[in-house]
Design a protein. Structure first.
Ligand SMILES: [Zn+2]
Length: 693
């Protein structure tokens, strides 16, 4: 302890400026009892400090209302002791509370506060997590009591932030139809929510009332968070970290449970992804692509809203925890440790090199639109309709080390600059607003290259179907129906090859002046335009009539199960087409190491340097049918050869650092190019390249 005090006195941390500390998060959850004394709190905080944790989430005190007055007072006192002890070590404390989960006893005392099945009016119950009862987030009495209690708790404990968990509508998409929700729904949409199990509205995506109800649920979650910020956090007079919990944005469970990151980020200042292992039992190592794609979405949301990304993985072993850490930081996220970092030493290296991880900005020429509007209202909640097409693209680009940023509907609406992103890819972005439509046309006319697929622009922003593509001029064709099956592909658009396409296909009639770059031919020899190119203004647009992302997407490998068959040719087609479309205008490029190393390039403008992350995933691809190991031990192949990274600016010096070796390896830097010998890489490394001649 003396050594710690000496070390702290030596490097007195600068006084906190606003919320700068949320860009340096190393998080862990800390369970402590209601009777926690000051001495015990001190020991706990010292242990956290030594393990590099600077962001402690409280655990064991989630219930704000379903708790006796005595227990509440004891929770306040224990938490105050914990916060005071943590603050002495410069550790921030974020209170982890539940919003809508409650107990049967509490529900019995407050029957009017519950979520109710909109069809039957019955009280909602969720059988998972040991069985929970649910409070309605729109209930005014609940909100008053909850906000008041939260304000009291935060004032008296001195916490530095809150993570409000379980802002969701359960057990299914029929919740909530309580009288307050019905009134709010009518006020906001002018529509009447039906009653009775026989109503044709339920689950019917062709019905605008149903789609509006789904959007209403997500918006209500966002409203709850925004009101909590206004009525609680803004009254504290100190900056507060603010986050919620989401376990999958690039799936359809989020919207099904009424959750949307873009609604959450109306008021949050940290984008949080719970990389859940139970709901989606993917091996983190053998299915790293799936998590990469997911985290890239949060990165895009973080970029759009100007907030950092935090990820919680659930590794089973310390070895796997180390890989998860490396995967997370390679994706530009901060890590919430699941396993005890004091025992695993997970944060030891990061703590010594924390500047490397502060505000990394993605360096990319390619923007990949994630259309939450399409996810939320298009056709139905089936992953194959939209999200897996997007995931397939994100995975394919990641595996080929093509640098890209995910962008949101709102980024497109505001207008993307072709000089920043010369290529914009919008995989099956079906549901577009009028503002997005106008902005996309401007982007192409202004010199951007645009790529879209399948049902692009064929629905309005609320999921209402249009008769034709709203952007037929970008598609270069008119819509004429849909077929599905297996097709031979004729022609290699811009040199990208795909022999067979399997899946749904839009039948399109090319416009005058549009070129058909390749054809899909069915078993009877009937030919359909497959890839169409159309020039518009100073730019060009390429349209693929099928969902090759869906065809090539990796659906994840599960522990102890056979490794799935994967259409690598489809994934390669997407990467090759992307590279061809951006060729000649790229400012960043990675060559070498493809299939062996995940390479992600960041800039830290304030530090005048680039940081290139390299993650060794060479052993993650198995043969189809080969059993994915049950034990969670990532394998790191010895590599040879080199990766050459071309950066947007000339660099003067470059060096490789890693948690796997001491010191640093000097790298060859010439002009804009940095060479990285892959034999230096074990699990993970970062190349630091200083800007300058
Ligand atoms: Zn309700």
């Amino acid at each position: 302890e003396k050594a710690v005090k000496a070390k702290m006195a030596e490097s007195e941390p600068p006084p906190p400026k606003g919320l700068n500390w949320i860009w340096r998060i190393r998080a862990w959850w800390v369970r402590y009892p209601r009777g926690l004394t000051k001495e015990e709190a001190h020991k706990l905080a010292l242990r956290l400090y030594l393990s590099g944790v600077n962001f402690a989430l409280t655990e064991g005190h989630r219930q704000m209302l379903a708790i006796s007055p005595e227990d509440y007072e004891a929770s306040v006192e224990a938490t105050r002791n914990f916060v005071e002890a943590c603050h002495k070590f410069g550790i921030k404390v974020v209170h982890h509370a539940t919003a809508c989960f409650t107990t049967e006893e509490f529900i019995k005392a407050h029957p009017d506060w519950t979520q109710r099945d909109a069809r039957t009016g019955e009280i909602c119950f969720f059988p998972h997590y040991g069985g929970v009862w649910l409070i309605c987030l729109n209930n005014p009495d609940f909100r008053r009591a909850y906000f008041e209690r939260m304000l009291d708790f935060l004032k008296r404990t001195g916490c530095d932030g809150i993570m409000v968990d379980e802002v969701e509508w359960l057990p299914d998409w029929f919740s909530c139809g309580c009288k307050f929700c019905r009134e709010k729904f009518k006020r906001e949409t002018g529509l009447e929510l039906p009653t009775g199990e026989d109503s044709p509205v339920w689950g019917n995506f062709k019905d605008p009332v149903w789609r509006q109800f789904l959007l209403f649920r997500m918006r209500s979650g966002g409203d709850f968070y925004a009101d909590l910020k206004r009525q609680v956090l803004d009254k504290l007079g100190r900056p507060m970290a603010y986050l919620g919990c989401l376990a999958g944005a690039t799936g359809t469970w989020g919207p099904r449970w009424g959750m949307s990151e873009e609604q959450f980020l109306r008021s949050h200042n940290i984008a949080f992804y719970e990389a859940e292992a139970s709901g989606r039992p993917f091996s983190y190592f053998y299915a790293w692509q799936r998590h990469f794609a997911e985290i890239k979405y949060y990165r895009g949301a973080g970029r759009s809203f100007g907030v950092p990304v935090l990820v919680l993985f659930y590794p089973l072993t310390f070895d796997e925890a180390r890989f998860c850490w490396a995967l997370g930081v390679t994706c530009g996220a901060h890590i919430w440790a699941y396993r005890d970092p004091a025992e695993s030493g997970l944060f030891d290296w990061e703590m010594e090199h924390e500047d490397l991880f502060v505000k990394p900005e993605e360096v990319a020429d390619v923007a990949l639109l994630f259309s939450a509007r399409t996810r939320d209202t298009y056709r139905g909640y089936n992953d194959e309709f939209y999200v897996l097409e997007w995931v397939g693209w994100a995975e394919a680009l990641g595996e080929a080390n093509v640098q890209f940023s995910a962008v949101l509907d709102r980024d497109v609406e505001r207008g993307l600059d072709p000089r920043e992103f010369p290529l914009l890819i919008a995989p099956n972005a079906a549901c577009l607003s009028e503002a997005e439509i106008a902005a996309l046309r401007r982007y192409v006319e202004g010199g951007g290259t645009f790529l879209s697929t399948f049902d692009f622009s064929r629905y309005d922003e609320t999921g209402g179907e249009r008769e034709d593509f709203a952007l037929a001029d970008l598609v270069g064709a008119r819509y004429g129906g849909e077929v599905s099956g297996e097709f031979a592909v004729e022609g290699s658009p811009l040199g990208a090859r795909l022999d067979t396409y399997r899946g749904p296909l839009c039948i399109v009639r090319p416009l005058d002046g549009a070129e058909v770059l390749s054809w899909a031919v069915d078993k009877r020899g009937k030919r359909f335009p497959f890839v169409v190119r159309h020039r518009l203004g100073r730019g060009a647009s390429v349209y693929i009539a099928g969902k090759v992302g869906l065809q090539g997407c990796f659906r994840g490998a599960q522990r102890g199960r056979p490794y799935p068959r994967r259409d690598h040719a489809a994934a390669k087609f997407l990467a090759d087409l992307t590279k061809a479309l951006v060729k000649g205008r790229e400012t960043v490029k990675v060559e070498g190491g493809e299939g062996e190393v995940l390479v992600v390039v960041y800039k830290q403008p304030e530090r005048g340097r680039y940081v290139v992350h390299l993650l060794n995933v060479a052993a993650s691809r198995l043969e189809p049918g080969e059993r994915v190991p049950e034990e969670s031990r990532p394998v790191y192949k010895r590599l040879s050869g080199r990766a050459v990274v071309t950066l947007p600016e000339p660099v003067s010096h470059a060096r490789l650092v890693s948690c796997d070796f001491e010191g640093e390896v000097p790298l060859r830097a010439e002009g804009r190019r940095v060479e990285i010998p892959l034999e230096s890489l074990r699990m993970w490394a970062a190349a630091i390249a200083d800007v300058g001649r």
